[in-house]
Design a protein around this ligand. Structure first.
Ligand SMILES: *Cc1c(COP(=O)(O)O)cnc(C)c1O
Length: 433
């Protein structure tokens, strides 16, 4: 439903009142949760049309997160590629270093208005947990984060961040002690006290109204970017590109451009070690329709319809399913879904670092890598806008350990250009994952 957050952009009146984007989405939850979801949904409809809520969120976006995030013309990278001009929407400059703060602030503000005492969520790599813990600290709510015991060990810096911010990190030891088990544990806790607690989902996934709500909170990215491009360049981009895990940063960018039929849209999924290896998380390309985590979408599954383990070098893209609006946009062919391997993402990670002084998140590196391919294809005079969803500080140790470039001289990049650079990197990569 249209509201004050999405005023002026084309949401195609989606989802419908039951949360469907075409055949995708909806709310497939246990009976006990149905009433709870309806309560969240009607509170969201009310609050998203309340000017005082919009004002409060806008103020926080500006004074706390640092919005609007700039659009940056990556001139050296564009020149090295020798094709279309590449522009970056700098979500990496947000407080906490990624786009997730956009929906975390919205969700926690909503929780506060609903009179909730506590926000809870699951987290895998800890990025959503940190964003939510930040918003909860800011707005004075308790915060419990459920995390697989395996992930608690693996993601020590984010566990420390959450604890410093005052959140309780609850290790989940059931099952494989990873993300899926954390989701189950968090939902169980939610059902025990839905009056005082609200579950805050970390992407445009889950039962209605979360795909809509998270999209709306993220739509600020596209609304700003569209205006900024028009102002700086006097024209819209020819193409826009974003990485797709659950799909929130991508929906945030895409939603302002859906109506601009001349703007080509690309969602980039993780091809991991290669689509043929089974070690990937390309839900759109390799998934089938089914119900996952309370909503209908394409997801990677076995013959019985159970989600299969998925893999990506970027832990934020490592999800078997994909948001329902993406599934719809895929089927009506408004958005092209493509994929990028781990290695291609690492190449872009280094390229952007060396040519622009911007270390991108490995998630965002997938979008940058595809934009480079597309820039060559589109050629000179065209413009591509990439959503740089987050910064890569969290990934530096991992990259240095697994993809070291110790003897590499940045001057070679400038001299040889991007193609040479990619070849150079490929030969220097010592241990492919
Ligand atoms: C979590 C994360 C993503 C993936 O989530 P989406 O919901 O698909 O946007 C992408 N980039 C960064 C930096 C992230 O932290």
């Amino acid at each position: 439903m249209p509201n004050l957050l999405t005023k002026g952009i084309d949401t195609e009146n989606m989802p419908d009142k039951n949360g469907f984007f075409g055949e995708f989405g909806g709310s497939y939850v246990p009976e006990a949760l149905e009433k709870v979801m309806e309560e969240v949904s009607s509170a969201y409809d009310r609050i998203s049309n309340d000017p005082s809520f919009i004002k409060e969120l806008k103020e926080l976006n500006e004074t706390y997160t640092g919005r609007p995030s700039p659009i940056y013309h990556a001139k050296r990278l564009s020149e090295a590629v020798g094709g279309a001009e590449i522009y970056l929407k700098r979500e990496d400059l947000n407080h906490t270093g990624a786009h997730k703060i956009n929906h975390a602030l919205g969700e926690v503000l909503l929780a506060k208005r609903m009179g909730k005492k506590k926000v809870i969520a699951e987290t895998g790599a800890g990025q959503h947990g940190v964003a939510l813990a930040t918003a909860a600290a800011l707005l004075g709510l308790d915060c419990d984060i459920y995390m697989g015991a395996v992930d608690v060990k693996k993601e020590a810096p984010n566990v420390s961040r959450m604890k410093i911010l005052g959140a309780k990190v609850i290790p989940v030891t059931e099952g494989t002690a990873t993300l899926k088990d954390a989701v189950d544990a968090a939902f169980k806790a939610y059902l025990e006290d839905p009056v005082n607690i609200i579950y805050c989902i970390g992407s445009v996934v889950g039962p209605h109204p979360f795909p809509e709500m998270v999209r709306d909170f993220q739509s600020v990215i596209g609304i700003e970017a569209r205006e900024q491009m028009l102002k700086a360049e006097g024209t819209l981009p020819d193409a826009i590109v974003a990485c797709v895990g659950g799909g929130s940063n991508a929906m945030g960018l895409f939603s302002a451009f859906l109506d601009d039929k001349d703007v080509a849209i690309y969602g980039v999924e993780p091809a991991g070690k290669g689509l043929e290896t089974g070690m990937h998380a390309a839900s759109m390309e390799k998934g089938k329709k089914g119900i996952l985590h309370g909503f209908k979408c394409y997801f990677i599954q076995d013959e019985k319809g159970e989600p299969l383990p998925v893999y990506s070098i970027a832990s934020g893209l490592d999800y078997p399913g994909v948001g329902p609006q993406h599934c719809y946009l895929h089927d009506i062919q408004r958005v092209n879904y493509v994929s990028i391997t781990d290695r291609e993402a690492v190449e872009a990670f280094y390229a952007l670092s060396r040519m622009e002084g911007i270390i991108p998140a490995l998630e965002s590196s997938h979008a940058v890598s595809y934009a480079v391919k597309l820039a060559k294809k589109l050629g000179k005079g065209k413009k591509i806008l990439v959503n740089l969803s987050g910064r890569g500080d969290k990934d530096i140790d991992f990259v240095m350990e697994n993809y070291p470039l110790s003897d590499y001289e940045p001057e070679d990049v400038i001299k040889d250009g991007y193609d040479e650079f990619l070849t150079h990197i490929s030969t220097k990569v010592s241990s492919p994952l």
